[in-house]
Design a binder for this molecule. Structure first.
Ligand code: ATP
Length: 354
């Protein structure tokens, strides 16, 4: 990790049979196994209420898992260790910085609590100030910083005590859309610079894909699929993951063998699709005057690098297509489209609950 860091190399996190039932009976987390390798950055991605925060809080030691669950930091069973003894760094949505303190004082706060010698505190603070590019702001009050700078201070403060594990809960969600996009790349770079094992909670798929080495997609208290961003995008294991990661759209129609009949016409599937549902992504819906499906342009959004077209008549819902040519069709135009069979995702019909 740190240049001047003697012992610490990143740790491995291992959760076995970890579940959480709250006092009111809510099963927020069903029995979960999760392994995070040394230095790996894993994102927990899922819609509101799926149990992401619960899982993160269990790892931190802020919640106790149901009996039978175990949490390992390397070879250490930390299941019964309280939060203050787990050596985890945490960054939250509201940065929870001390408004009346300078950047430097905020970053050094945890070290002072640990009663480290003054010279050690100073050395570490200047190390993280440098790493997080906050040198120019060290004496400033945190209230006089931009959202992005505050976020870096929160990160610097979490990392200064050299935690074994870094936990981040929606750290970008307080920022506006444009800033979020810049900062997520910056955060991805910083986290790798720290060389620390990290878990990052978000409901934003772009954020998860941009920052994580591996994404664990959660739904209704379960990790339903875990993989690299590419794996999840190209080989989703369920209709839920296909739509949540990369917004695949349902091709609602009648599947007969390796054909599917839609409202707009019939097309071929990559293989026999009996008992499956067919899904497709916007970039694979191609405007093609000889295409077998006919529809109508309902709306057009110009996005600089491409247009996003809403097309009706193919399936009951409006289907979205990415169009990157120069001359986009107009609203109301009748068009034909084609979908290459091998771009169609055939997914098991069952729901996540089954
Ligand atoms: P969000 O993205 O909205 O924060 P989340 O995926 O982090 O959602 P959790 O906060 O882990 O979800 O909550 C999972 C489930 O547990 C939800 O149904 C929530 O209402 C419930 N829950 C959370 N905390 C408690 C609690 N202290 N007591 C009872 N139920 C709770």
């Amino acid at each position: 990790g740190f240049s001047s860091c003697s012992k610490d190399s990143p740790m491995t996190l291992n959760l076995t049979n970890t579940a959480k039932t709250y006092n009111d009976g809510t099963k927020a987390l069903l029995s979960t196994n999760l392994k995070v390798s040394t230095g790996e950055i894993v994102s927990l991605l899922g819609p509101s209420g799926c149990g992401k925060t619960t899982l993160l809080r269990i790892i931190a030691g802020l919640e106790t898992p149901d009996s039978g669950g175990k949490i390992w930091f390397d070879e250490d069973d930390v299941t019964d260790l309280p939060v203050e003894r787990r050596q985890v760094g945490m960054v939250f949505q509201s940065y929870a910085l001390f408004p009346n303190m300078s950047v430097k004082a905020n970053i050094g706060y945890g070290l002072k609590m640990q009663k480290l010698p003054k010279s050690d505190i100073e050395a570490r603070v200047s190390e993280v100030l440098e790493m997080c590019q906050l040198n120019d702001y060290s004496e400033r009050a945190v209230t006089a910083l931009s959202g992005g700078q505050r976020q870096r201070v929160a990160l610097a403060r979490a990392i200064a005590p050299r935690p074994r594990l870094l936990l981040l809960d929606e750290p970008l969600s307080a920022l506006d859309a444009a800033l979020r996009e810049t900062l997520r790349d910056e955060l991805a770079i910083l986290l790798r610079k720290f060389n620390i094992t990290a878990i990052f909670v978000t409901h934003d798929q772009n954020e998860a894909m941009a920052i994580a080495d591996r994404v664990a997609v959660m739904s209704k208290g379960k990790i339903v699929q875990s993989g690299t961003p590419e794996e999840l995008y190209r080989k989703p294991n369920s209709t839920f993951v296909a739509s949540f990661v990369g917004s695949a759209m349902h091709l609602t129609g009648k599947i007969r063998g390796s054909k599917i009949k839609l409202n707009g016409g019939e097309i071929s599937l990559p293989r026999d699709g009996t008992d499956c549902e067919a899904y497709v992504r916007a970039e694979n819906i191609q405007i093609n005057e000889n295409g077998p499906l006919s529809g109508r342009i309902d709306n057009i959004t110009f996005l600089g690098t491409h247009y996003r077209l809403g097309i009706s008549g193919i399936v009951p819902e409006t289907i979205t297509s990415i169009f990157s040519g120069n001359k986009a069709p107009k609203i109301g135009d009748k068009i034909n489209i084609s979908i290459e069979p091998d771009t169609i995702l055939l997914l098991p019909k069952m729901t996540i609950d089954d």
